[in-house]
Write a protein of this length. Structure first.
Length: 141
């Protein structure tokens, strides 16, 4: 993006326009992938409270049972699952924060592309016009 921003003025209009369109396609593909990943992370994030509630209910049923001493290994396993759920929670939060940051950067990139596109369109209009000579009645200078 930055290299194109530096050199687009030196390119012919068609070359610059083709490169601009290619950058837009890449940006749109990234945005679609980002949205899918962000949506998936949010979906997984919403499932975590359900998992934690189920773990709590299983733990409560073990505590209510008569043979509590036999269930020490089950408690250790529940703690491992709880720790795993906490780690997943942290990772999903980091993923969501990363894509939130990418939203801001992608927005800036789209603003730059729009600005370049406007400048290219102005350049095309300027080159497309025939320069009129200055004339006064039938005397041109």
């Amino acid at each position: 993006m930055q290299s194109f921003q530096d050199v687009y003025e030196t390119l012919e209009f068609n070359d610059a326009n083709n490169q601009l369109e290619a950058l837009k396609v890449k940006g749109n593909a990234f945005a679609m992938e980002k949205d899918a990943n962000k949506k998936n992370a949010l979906k997984k994030w919403r499932n975590l409270p359900i998992i934690r509630l189920r773990i709590h209910k299983i733990e409560q049923s073990i505590l209510d049972g008569d043979n509590f001493g036999d269930s020490i290994s089950a408690f250790q396993r529940i703690d491992e699952i709880r720790n795993l759920a906490n780690e997943v929670s942290k990772v999903l939060q980091e993923v969501y924060n990363y894509y939130k940051q990418m939203d801001d950067e992608l927005s800036d990139s789209y603003n730059i592309l729009t600005d370049i596109e406007d400048k290219l369109n102005a350049k095309r209009e300027k080159e497309g016009k025939v320069r009129r000579s200055n004339c006064f009645w039938f005397f041109c200078y």
